[in-house]
Write a protein that binds this ligand. Sequence first.
Ligand code: SF4
Ligand code: SF4
Length: 281
Amino acid sequence: MICRKGCGACCIAISISSPMPGMPNGKKAGERCPHLSIDFSCTIHGTAAYPKVCANLTPSIEMCGSTYAEAYAYLEKLERLTAPGTPSAGADELFRGFTVESADAFFKRLMTSFVLSVNGTVYRLHELELYYFHSNDHPDGSVYRREKNAGDIFFHEYGVDICFQTRRDGDVTSYGGVLIRSIRTDGGTMICGPANCRQELLNRIARTGGEQTISFRLDASPAVSQPELYKCERTVGATTAKDFALAGYRFITGEFIAFISGKDASGYYRSLFKDTVFKLL
Ligand code: SF4
Ligand code: SF4
């Protein structure tokens, strides 16, 4: 969608952590940007001073709704859910509300606002794939059947998924999740491939488990990050047209692309990288 003329909800509701012209420390949630004019348009749009963070915010039906009030309510709630220290309930809500139509916005939010936390070790999400089955309108044959609640962690043969809510309504069913393909601790090694991620997470649980309660969950990101995000085809083979393998359901960060283009990435993993990559954020 195109940004609604005279709205400006995002210029007030959201916090911006990066420096902006006249605001070296960014701005707080609810604070009106000084570059928002009286008629709610941006006075520096199209100039060299226009902040990258604003250019990267893509309008969407989910975020903008159809009125200023709807957009403001959505953005205010988003701010609350992603505020530092917010418990993982925000992640459950994110996964419960998933729809395939809003997949881009879902992954943007997941990858910029949440981290995987395993017994105190924090992993950033760098490569994810969408696996979603809906018996009516999204019969993706490559999705494992499961009975899960939103946000559940599901270890399976090939890796680890974070699950959507399994739903049944008569003959109509839907289920699925997000496959974790690559993760990295801050400044740490990039762990590539679903099986390697699963092993890393299991090792982390084993190393720190003992008598402790295992804590494995998505947390609101302690530092609001704005990584560059891209999407491309999934790595699964296109066994049937129904498998959606060619849909842009693989979501990756710019940091991940830089890593696998560098000398430290294995040739095998580099070979899985697709050429058709679209910038998302
Ligand atoms: S909330 Fe959406 S419609 Fe409103 S100013 Fe921001 S991008 Fe535009
Ligand atoms: S710089 Fe412009 S687009 Fe960005 S928050 Fe301020 S008024 Fe909105």
